[in-house]
Ligand binder design. Structure first.
Ligand code: IPM
Ligand code: MN
Length: 377
């Protein structure tokens, strides 16, 4: 019998509540499908940070590196300045483990309301492949007051190291700047992954950029896309400016199959994607390194105001759990979790308030776990 050890970072706010339901459903799937799951809980998040000063240490990262997949709730807390936990824990793990693929399915399930009039599950079914380590997210920038300033900035990745040595000469009162970076290797590997994924789907890949205004960085992205496309003549492709694609997601979501995007635009368009698939409570994501440690999480945040209220919808987390199982190679179990989510939503009796119901977070987990058991092997 296959045995998997899975580190869990439940995190802050509603994180622990939704993760509890994810574990419940995955445990049920492991019993039915005959494999073992052992959860290894990690305390990282706001309380741990306030108590110990640790966000996530090199030691912890190193220890986590021996696992194939991490299950993550959410980080973020009102007591701590915005960005500290997000950068110090979530982004730190994405970068450390070189999880260059951020996979975000945008799929409207049967029985779920979408704000798009006249659109249904057949129309809203695509996947966003978001680059997850580069672009404006490299976190390199600074400020300079009038006069001359010298700044050395460094980006350290598994793939490369880049140093910027800046001589700033400015007569503005004060400036702030942020550097975005796209590397040939970084863009090529994510675009190639997206092409491969399109081959398993409808063979249609849409690229997102803003090459009309930012030609250096996104013209480069486009150039690399064109080059990789030569290897996939059977895949239909198109280029979309990011502003325009938000319009098409709303007007004609049925056009899309696989969408590949640089990091920042991917962040923005996947919140829009979440809304058209029924809301943040239903949107899962995977941070994937095919040869290393991946991490699965709902794309929503920690929603501190709902902490402990059993109001949060755990489906995004349960769905992320299904992606985790698929990543571990338990494809049938993953499918059964997704089918159970669909069935529960279709029947529509057990729903959290975001979907118009009155059920508790744990009721939804119970219902989906029960369906996983009735579906059987
Ligand atoms: C997401 C989140 C993160 C991001 C934040 C919390 C750092 O918004 O996963 O989309 O910007 O990537
Ligand atoms: Mn986001």
């Amino acid at each position: 019998m296959a045995q998997y050890k899975v580190p869990v970072i439940a995190g802050d706010g509603i994180g622990p509540e939704v993760i509890a339901e994810g574990k419940k459903v995955l445990d049920a799937a492991s019993e039915v499908h005959g494999f073992g799951l052992e959860w290894i809980d990690y305390p990282h998040g706001a309380d741990h940070y306030l108590a110990t000063g640790e966000l996530i240490s090199e030691n912890t990262l190193h220890e986590l590196e021996k696992y194939k997949a991490i299950y993550l709730g959410a980080v973020g807390d009102d007591r701590i300045e915005p960005g500290i936990l997000e950068k110090g824990i979530l982004l730190a793990m994405r970068f450390y483990f070189d999880q260059y693929i951020n996979l975000r399915p945008v799929k409207l399930l049967e029985g779920v309301w979408t704000p798009l009039k006249d659109k249904g599950p057949k129309d809203i079914d695509f996947v966003v492949v978001r680059e997850n380590t580069e672009d404006l997210y490299i976190g390199i920038g600074g400020r300079a007051k009038r006069g001359t300033t010298r700044q050395e900035l460094e980006v350290v990745r598994k793939l490369y190291k880049v140093k910027f040595d800046l001589d700033i000469d400015s007569d503005a009162d004060e400036i702030a700047y942020q550097i975005g970076l796209v590397s040939r290797e970084g863009a090529e590997r994510i675009i190639r992954y997206a092409f491969e994924l399109s081959r398993e789907r409808k063979k249609h890949l849409s690229s997102v950029d803003k090459a009309n205004v930012l030609p250096d960085i996104y013209g480069f992205w486009r150039e690399i896309f064109r080059k990789v496309a030569v290897d996939y003549p059977d895949v239909k492709t198109d280029f979309n400016y990011v502003d325009a694609i938000t319009m098409w997601f709303v007007k004609n979501p049925e056009w899309f199959d696989v969408v590949v995007t640089p990091n920042m635009f991917g962040d923005i368009i996947t919140d829009l994607g979440a809304m058209i698939q029924g809301g943040m409570g239903l949107a899962p994501g995977g941070n994937i390194n095919p040869d290393g440690t991946s991490m699965f999480e709902p794309i929503h945040g920690s929603a501190p105001k709902y902490k402990g209220m059993q109001r949060a919808n755990p489906i995004a987390t349960i769905w992320a759990g299904a992606m985790l199982l698929e990543h571990l190679g338990e494809k049938e179990a993953a499918n059964s979790v997704l089918r159970a989510i669909e069935q529960s939503l279709k029947v529509g009796k057990v729903r959290t308030p975001d979907l118009g119901g009155r059920s508790k977070t744990s009721d939804v987990g119970d219902d989906i776990a029960r369906i996983v058991r009735t579906l059987g092997k």
